[in-house]
Design a protein around this ligand. Sequence first.
Ligand code: ADP
Ligand code: ADP
Length: 231
Amino acid sequence: MADLIIENLTIKYGGVTAVENLSINVPSGEFLTLLGPSGCGKSTTLFAVAGLNHATSGIIRVGDRILFNGDSKAAVPPERRNIGLVFQSYALWPHKTVADNLAFPLILRKMGKSERDERIKEALGLVEMLPYAERYPFELSGGQQQRVALARALVYRPPLLLLDEPLSNLDAKLRERARVWLRELQERLKVTTVYVTHDQSEALAVSDRIAVMSMGRMRQLGSPREIYETP
Ligand code: ADP
Ligand code: ADP
């Protein structure tokens, strides 16, 4: 697994500064949450780490790989960053089975069938969805689809996992259970995780540390206890 270093990251959309001079160091294996109100720059930060938008300046490094050094022409393209992503809408391919949803990205990477099958079995096993391998997404509950989306992110064995409001489409009861489950899985895999939410109770429940953002800047960084106790 690997640490994530973000140094002086600034991201502008035309005249709007979405993220300003943000620096965060996420040690290997940590579960860090970006917490803040809608529009404060959480997703923009996550997208920059994934390489899905153009950062304006700063440095992004994962382990010993520099993904972005301020020059967007030299930035590592998203498909070569080896990062697992789960976003708010699970976006499983509706016409593919669960197993084929996981296989597709591996086929794109030209992985052979036997290795592919092994990886898919491992990832579905981790989220306890192996019995559903031949089902289609519409046959699954919201919670189950969520787990498949997570398995699809993990099937690469990425050193870094980025989760953008992954539980927001679940009802309150399921969300509560999913928090526990997500945290257990992350601890088992020891994968470095950056989690985005606007929900303070969710952040307090799942995180090793919380970075509180507002208006594109980081205002506070600390353990859930430290964040909770600060007025
Ligand atoms: P959050 O994830 O915290 O809700 P975002 O990172 O999505 O916030 O947005 C941060 C700011 O950047 C907001 O002011 C938003 O309107 C702006 N923004 C985000 N994406 C774009 C875009 N593609 N084009 C222009 N402005 C954007
Ligand atoms: P439902 O059919 O209502 O979606 P699940 O099949 O998701 O319920 O529940 C099965 C097990 O998976 C439960 O023990 C629960 O702790 C766990 N679980 C529930 N929701 C989720 C979720 N969103 N993501 C991962 N695991 C979950």
